[in-house]
Design a protein around this ligand. Structure first.
Ligand SMILES: Cc1cc2nc3c(=O)[nH]c(=O)nc-3n(C[C@H](O)[C@H](O)[C@H](O)COP(=O)(O)O)c2cc1C
Length: 244
């Protein structure tokens, strides 16, 4: 089975999405990975970029397409009209990408792929970050994890002769704060700081906006299959295989 996997720039469900597709690869599914510009950055911040090569090794229908390296029209999307894929999965799907799909916009790598997959009759699955299943209208509070940050209240940089995290950072990403666009999520800074001022994976609460929840419900009316979490992808695809 060939599947197209679109990654968008969300921290929420990102690690779980990578794990889900690693598992599918191990089951023999061929996966083409499409990475939005924001996803390229966010994957790096959470130290997950190197994992992509274990999912899409680079052969035909197993490529990694980075939005930052594509033309505006993404000619490879013609594959969706040629029905090269049994399904297209967007996981995680940011509120931004969900809003665009719900409005019929197709001006990015991922939204264009979704549009053409739908036009080609290929089932589309979306795992939205901003939706609370089981709540009345999809709104509510979700818990997500932050990338690496400096806790300025704990940081003693003004007292330290040398800032060890700054010295060990291979990306030169640390000054008073962490430059997340440089950080590659290696985490060496965490153990290097004698004050424990750097943390990764801190829990944050995010309130789902009404507009974002409403957009997810619009996807359902459009015939997109909305999944609760990346953990549901494998089962959804195995059901498809019986149909094909
Ligand atoms: C560390 C980090 C985590 C983010 N996590 C989320 C998220 O969980 N959900 C979301 O909707 N946006 C999240 N964003 C914001 C998106 O990256 C941003 O809206 C971007 O424009 C989305 O572009 P895309 O939909 O083309 O990938 C996050 C941004 C950063 C820097």
């Amino acid at each position: 089975m060939n599947v197209a996997w679109c990654v968008t720039g969300a921290g929420h469900f990102l690690k779980e999405s990578v794990e889900a597709f690693k598992h599918l690869r191990e089951q023999g599914v061929k996966i083409t990975t499409l990475v939005s510009k924001a996803a390229e950055e966010v994957l790096k911040m959470y130290g997950l970029s190197p994992q992509l090569k274990r999912i899409s090794s680079g052969g035909y229908l197993e490529e990694i397409f980075l939005e930052s390296e594509q033309g505006a029209s993404f000619p490879k999307a013609g594959r969706f009209l040629l029905r090269k894929y049994a399904a297209l999965v967007v996981s995680p799907a940011t509120a931004n990408t969900v809003a665009k799909i719900a409005s019929g916009i197709a001006d990015s790598l991922v939204t264009n792929a979704v549009s053409l997959a739908m036009k080609g009759g290929i089932p589309v699955f979306v795992v939205p970050t901003d939706f609370i299943f089981g709540s009345k209208d999809g709104t509510g509070v979700l818990r997500s994890k932050m990338p690496y940050i400096v806790n300025r209240e704990v940081c003693q940089a003004w007292k330290c002769e040398h800032c060890s995290p700054r010295e060990v950072c291979p990306q030169n990403a640390i000054s008073e704060q962490i430059d997340l666009l440089r950080c590659d999520g290696c985490g060496r800074c965490v153990s290097a700081c004698p004050h424990g001022a750097i943390r990764g994976g801190e829990d944050v609460e995010i309130r789902v906006r009404k507009v974002d929840a409403k957009n997810v419900l619009t996807l359902v009316t459009m015939g997109v299959h909305v999944l609760r979490s990346p953990g549901e992808i494998s089962r959804a695809l195995s059901h498809l295989e019986r149909i094909y």
